[in-house]
Design a protein around this ligand. Sequence first.
Ligand SMILES: [Zn+2]
Length: 100
Amino acid sequence: MPGPVTFLGAADTPCCGEPTFRAQFIPNVTVNGIPVSCQTHLNTPHRWIGAACKAPHTAPIALGSTRVRVMGLGLGRMFDPTVACAWVAQGIPNVIDHSL
Ligand SMILES: [Zn+2]
């Protein structure tokens, strides 16, 4: 989804009430001095209190930018989905990727 660029430490939506944050990043590409988080990058460990799995797990950004690539990975944006359980909930408000 087009949106503000996400970064190391940014919040994802809570997964069944468990807070989770962007944990993986590109160290040498920053926005406002903070490393960016991209497609395939994981969030912090959290529980998924769903039917299949109650164990702590992490989830990657499922689909990032289709136009802006960082080290070959789609740039992560607020509103991008993670695999299975959440969405990216926070981005840098003054750095926007408008592509799909
Ligand atoms: Zn989860």
